[in-house]
Design a protein around this ligand. Structure first.
Ligand SMILES: Cc1cc2nc3c(=O)[nH]c(=O)nc-3n(C[C@H](O)[C@H](O)[C@H](O)COP(=O)(O)OP(=O)(O)OC[C@H]3O[C@@H](n4cnc5c(N)ncnc54)[C@H](O)[C@@H]3O)c2cc1C
Length: 368
């Protein structure tokens, strides 16, 4: 058996654990100093902007496409075990005056040739279909029916359960304090983890520790710099569903998302709104600027006026792991190491890119 250790059980580590659990002859252990989905993942809105993104080629498009494709099978596999809050109504992107609609037409044509679908809507059609939209001035909208949204915490827990069912061991509330390695002719090899609860011998190490990847790699003399970018969001509860209650995609515009929360009763009357993007400096890294959250909320109310009467259920914040000086995410071998794989630094798209990340890690381990 090949021993694989995965450090970090956010959405990325959990997705990797599940994907690897489908391979034979691996003994997989996931370690997290907290319970699952307590890091960046607990704060995410879970919006999966794959097909509607502007990427059309290269690694960043390939990862998005792979993820959306895998999501469509993964959700079915997980739903066989436990309910998953997955919004299948897609994403509605609002387009405002000044927006170049010809660019969207071009993207829709490209997506068509790639086997995906984007639907361009005239303002009148948008308002007819989605009466939850108020009088905000739009020049149209783009509906992406194959993108979606998932509750990141529910998803992560389901992945853990499915992986456990396939024999993966989870060691929660145990931190990795040190990674030991030996020098070989072909480079360095990690061979043992020192953890708060004892040692673990490994053949492969996957680092999906989000912001925790920086101190861990510093100890390996191969530092990977990942910095926090704060995001705040808010949960609102209405008395009745918005619009006709039936058609409730994620509504997005000017970087503000309105996410029907699938967790409660049907039809949905709960909505998540977010998120701010705050490059915090000194002081408490979790303390966001209340004025910025207000701006996001006011923008959301301008899109969907019913939100103004919403009861605030809670507000929250989280830290996105953003690689410094490199494009997100970091997936692949750690420099100088033959058996350490990075799966970290997913910044704003960790939920979207978790399935593709897991497939890349699976390929690296299975193909070795
Ligand atoms: C407000 C907000 C909204 C967002 N919305 C979206 C969205 O709509 N769509 C999207 O795709 N993404 C979104 N994101 C981004 C997303 O949350 C992240 O990209 C994603 O959660 C990263 O997942 P992860 O598993 O890499 O990291 P994490 O969830 O942070 O998990 C890392 C884990 O590693 C563990 N760990 C760290 N160090 C150690 C150690 N030494 N030993 C043991 N364990 C350790 C931690 O305890 C943690 O559980 C959002 C983020 C925020 C803050």
């Amino acid at each position: 058996m090949t021993r694989v250790a995965i450090i970090g059980c956010g959405v990325v580590g959990a997705a990797i654990a599940y994907e690897l659990s489908l391979l034979p002859n691996l003994e997989i252990t996931v370690i997290d100093c907290h319970q699952p989905a307590q890091g960046s993942t607990q704060a995410a809105l879970g919006v999966l902007m794959g097909i509607i993104s502007h990427k059309v080629k290269g690694r960043l498009w390939r990862l998005r496409e792979q993820s959306i494709r895998r999501y469509h099978t993964l959700i079915r596999e997980l739903e066989a075990i436990a309910p998953i809050s997955f919004n299948r109504q897609g994403i509605l992107m609002l387009c405002f005056p000044g927006e170049d609609m010809a660019q969207w037409e071009k993207l829709a044509a490209t997506r068509h040739t790639q086997g995906w679908q984007l639907e361009l809507l005239e303002p009148r059609e948008v308002r007819q279909r989605y009466p939850q939209l108020g009088t905000v001035e739009i020049v149209g909208a783009v509906h992406s029916p194959q993108d979606g949204q998932v509750d990141p915490v529910v998803l992560t827990r389901a992945l853990v359960r499915a992986a456990q069912g396939n024999g993966v061991r989870f060691r929660f509330s145990e931190g990795v304090e040190r990674i030991n390695y030996t020098e070989t002719d072909s480079g360095k090899r990690c061979d043992r983890l020192e953890m708060t609860g004892g040692n673990l011998a490994v053949d492969w190490l996957v680092m999906s520790a989000g912001l925790g990847s920086t101190p861990l790699t510093a100890g390996l003399e191969s530092p990977v710099e990942i910095r926090p970018v704060l995001g705040q969001a808010i949960h609102l509860r209405l008395e009745t569903p918005m619009g006709n209650g039936e058609s409730q995609p994620v509504i997005t515009g000017e970087d503000v998302h309105i996410v029907p929360s699938q967790g409660g009763d049907y039809p949905v009357t709960d909505y998540w709104v977010g998120a701010t993007v705050e490059f915090t400096g000194e002081g408490d890294p979790m303390k966001g600027d209340p004025a910025l959250l207000q701006q996001v909320l006011q923008r959301a109310i301008a899109f969907c006026p019913d939100l103004a009467s919403g009861e605030i259920v809670r507000t929250w914040s989280g830290l996105r792991p953003r690689p410094e000086g490199q494009p997100a995410p970091l997936i692949g071998p750690l420099a100088g190491f033959g058996n350490v794989l990075l799966a970290t630094g997913h910044y704003r798209n960790g939920v979207l890119l978790a399935p593709a990340t897991a497939l890349e890690i699976r390929q690296a381990i299975a193909g070795s």
